[in-house]
Design a protein around this ligand. Structure first.
Ligand code: UD1
Length: 370
């Protein structure tokens, strides 16, 4: 039995790490493809070392491009690899362009596709990730779901129940596994934060927040105002940095503590001690829920509603004044205590591998797999 795993962009790495480890423990052969969607040292390679992900067997080196160009380039380069390696199943994770592109190639070559983090829906088709989720789920043979809303969404879309498995959250497997070692990071002293200081931690990279100079300027000015009350730490995604420079916003960044994109352990350390996290990331909404750290999400919707109903997340929308008001409330008010969504217990990857092994053994006994 041979499993092919695909990763492409930063949020994929923490999702594949526990799956690769669980496959190894179960003695299942695996082949790892990196599409090269993310390629900077700090957006990619660093995570392989820190999270102990096997070195990719192949890197397709697709790099950046428009939505269509990047997706097409991944498909064009991935097809011959799939034909040559002939895995029994392809595992894709999350909702990035690499996820959808490789799932499409596999579905057309009749290679079974397993999608980890299936069923999440923002119901906002202006987000490229929502298109990737809907397409990937519709052509997947096995759908592994991380939170209750995913089960409901897939059922509403008419996906056959026997394809769907509620297994928990692989990203949280990784968080729980590395939480203790993240404690040892010296990132706070490297950033000049006092050991006891309160600070806010920010990430922004969604096109809707950072591609329009006026919108990006609005967020940065709100963060500048917040920095009068506590240090605001902002590790910047390359896209955000480039757009801020092009929009002439560098002077407005002076009052913030800006850094390069951080590695997993440094970021986890910062997140776990922060007074408030301000983000437009999907995964960070989940990680703050587990850490019990207040999270303000600068989006109008979330595909991860469990972080609001159970966790510490709150949607801010698109008005910087609302962000400032909410951040002040969080800093000054009592902390909301959340609870953990079901099965966010560090064992999601093992559950996935159990299902995969069982399915493939059954397919083989019926003569359906090679
Ligand atoms: C992608 C994912 C998004 C995920 C994010 C995490 C899609 C549609 N989007 O968005 O869901 O939350 O990754 O970061 O797949 N760049 C670099 N170096 C890199 C990677 C990117 O400089 O290693 C710059 C390039 O200018 C590039 C831009 O960032 O054009 C955007 O990269 P891209 O992969 O297109 O999308 P992300 O915004 O990173």
């Amino acid at each position: 039995m041979l499993v092919m795993n695909v990763v492409g962009a930063r949020p994929n790495f923490m999702k594949i790490a526990p799956v690769a480890e669980a496959l190894r423990e179960a003695g299942v052969a695996q082949y790892l493809v990196h599409t090269g969607q993310h390629y900077d040292e700090k957006m990619s390679h660093l995570f392989f070392d820190e999270l102990g992900i096997p070195t990719p067997d192949l890197n397709l080196e697709v790099g950046s491009g428009s939505q269509a160009a990047q997706t097409a380039e991944i498909m064009r380069k991935f097809e011959p690899v799939l034909l040559e390696v002939k895995p029994d199943v392809l595992i894709v994770v999350g909702d990035v362009n690499s996820t959808m592109a490789c799932a499409l190639v596999a579905a057309k070559l009749n290679v079974p596709v397993a999608h980890i983090e299936a069923g999440l829906r923002s119901f906002d088709r202006s987000m490229p990730e929502e298109i990737n989720r809907v397409v990937t789920d519709s052509i997947s043979d096995l759908l592994f779901v991380s939170e209750p809303s995913g089960m409901k969404n897939l059922s509403n879309e008419g996906v056959a129940g026997d394809k769907v498995h509620f297994v928990g959250n692989v990203m949280i497997d990784t968080l729980l596994h590395h939480r203790a070692s993240a404690e040892a990071s010296d990132i706070r002293s490297r950033l000049g934060l006092e050991a006891t200081a309160n600070y806010a931690l920010v990430t922004l990279h969604r096109p809707s927040n950072v591609d329009n100079p006026a919108v990006l300027g609005g967020w940065i000015r709100a963060l500048g105002a917040l920095s009068h009350e506590l240090p605001v730490v902002f590790p910047m995604h390359p896209r955000t940095r480039r757009n801020a420079i092009e929009a002439g916003l560098e002077p407005e960044l002076q009052s913030l503590t800006i850094s390069e994109p951080l590695g997993y352990l440094d970021f986890l350390n910062l997140m776990s001690r922060s007074s408030v996290v301000i983000t437009d990331s999907g995964g960070i909404q989940e990680e703050t829920t587990v850490l019990g750290v207040p999270c303000l999400t600068v989006r109008k919707n979330t595909e991860r509603p469990a972080t609001i109903t159970f966790g510490t997340n709150r949607l801010i929308g698109n008005d910087p004044k609302d962000l400032l008001r909410a951040a002040r409330q969080v800093i000054r008010g009592p902390r909301r205590v959340g609870r953990l969504p079901a099965l966010w217990d560090g064992r999601a990857a093992q559950r996935i591998v159990e299902v995969l092994v069982d399915r493939l053994a059954r397919a083989r006994s019926l003569g359906l797999a090679s």
